[in-house]
Design a protein around this ligand. Structure first.
Ligand code: PMV
Length: 344
């Protein structure tokens, strides 16, 4: 086949889960469905240049212009897993250049934005070479999942669902879908990320997922996550922020409770994570404003709140919460429509 050289270029954001994906089966299939908000400012930019290879598939990876071999193990696994979906890359040499807009070593997981932006670039190449035009975003979501589970949700904004559930007819374990029916209060929902700890976390998410296989609460957790999808579907539709907050905070605490009660227990949050949670609960009691928190698999705290309460809540963050952040660092973000092609 006559292959012309070229490049593809995508910007893709990170996402924050409201109902958490925790635990997987073979082939990166989740044990429970999850829902997330797609972010805006926290994103990765990736460019993939390709040319016909004389020696079979090969790639080089650059992160912030520096050649990085340390990512090769993850990337090798990813390319092995996606090859059946993107057969054209077998004949290519790739140069992958990626960068994150959020501060390096801020403790913010970058795998969702990194793998979704890379997957969009790779699937676009597949589309160009094999003239395969069908289901571009679904297929990009599917191969993102094979890099990092949560990355498949970053393909869609502002709210994405991944995993088969009785609450959404077109839901799938293979890829994420965009959530259509949600209240206007969520159009411009905000997320301020408090950096409590900027060190890379001690235990990887992969290990955490693995520990779910033998977790004593596995069955109940899967049941709870499914129930929470149903409750959240309703609150997202009606804009009922009280029930939204209840589910989101319960999910965050459950994620960490599962870590703490696994066969080899571990704790990822820090004393300041708890200080922040208590401050939020006191503040909510006092003001009745709709500020809530969620947590990733780490110590940092995502503060979620509606745009129309921004002024008051930001004052509270500056006055009461910044003192618990490492170097007083935080990132203001909001939800977005999802990835953008970065051509030109
Ligand atoms: O996509 P992974 O394998 O990095 O796992 C992500 C797990 C959580 O971030 C804790 C939850 C989620 O649904 O994003």
């Amino acid at each position: 086949m006559n292959i012309k050289s070229g490049f593809t270029n995508w910007i893709s954001p990170s996402n924050i889960a409201l109902v958490k994906y925790w635990g997987k089966k073979e082939n990166q299939i989740p044990i429970n469905p999850s829902i997330s908000l797609t972010l805006n400012n926290c994103h990765s930019k990736t460019k993939v240049s390709y040319s016909k290879s004389k020696k079979g598939f090969n790639y080089e990876f650059f992160f912030h212009s520096e050649k990085k071999q340390s990512f090769n193990k993850k990337l090798d696994t990813y390319f092995k897993r996606i090859i059946d979906h993107c057969p054209s890359i077998n004949q290519l040499s790739l140069k992958i250049e990626s960068e994150n807009t959020f501060p390096h070593s801020s403790g913010i997981a970058s795998s969702a934005s990194a793998f979704s932006s890379l997957s969009l670039c790779i699937y676009e190449i597949e589309k160009i070479i094999n003239k395969n035009k069908n289901d571009f975003f679904n297929k990009s979501s599917l191969i993102s999942r094979l890099g990092s589970g949560s990355a498949c949700r970053s393909i869609y904004g502002p709210i994405a669902l991944w995993g088969k559930t009785k609450y959404f007819d077109n839901s799938s374990d293979d890829y994420a879908i965009p959530l259509k029916n949600y209240h206007e209060v969520f159009f411009d929902y905000l997320d301020t990320i408090l950096i409590v700890d900027h060190e890379p976390k001690q235990v990887s998410s992969s290990h955490g997922h693995e520990l779910m296989n033998s977790h004593i609460f596995k069955k109940d957790r899967v049941y709870q996550a499914n129930e929470n999808i149903g409750i959240l579907k309703k609150s997202l539709k009606t804009g009922d922020l009280k029930s939204f907050i209840k589910v989101v905070e319960q999910e965050a605490l459950m994620l960490h409770a599962l870590m703490m009660t696994s066969k080899t227990p571990y704790i990822l949050f820090k004393p300041n994570t708890l200080e922040i949670i208590n401050e939020i609960w006191n503040y909510r009691k006092k003001t009745n404003l709709n500020l809530c928190f969620t947590l990733d698999a780490g110590a940092n705290v995502h503060l979620l709140y509606p745009k129309n309460e921004e002024i008051e809540i930001k004052k509270f963050i500056d006055k009461n919460l910044l003192r618990f952040c490492s170097n007083r660092r935080y990132i203001h973000d909001s939800i977005s429509e999802g990835p953008k092609s970065n051509d030109g």
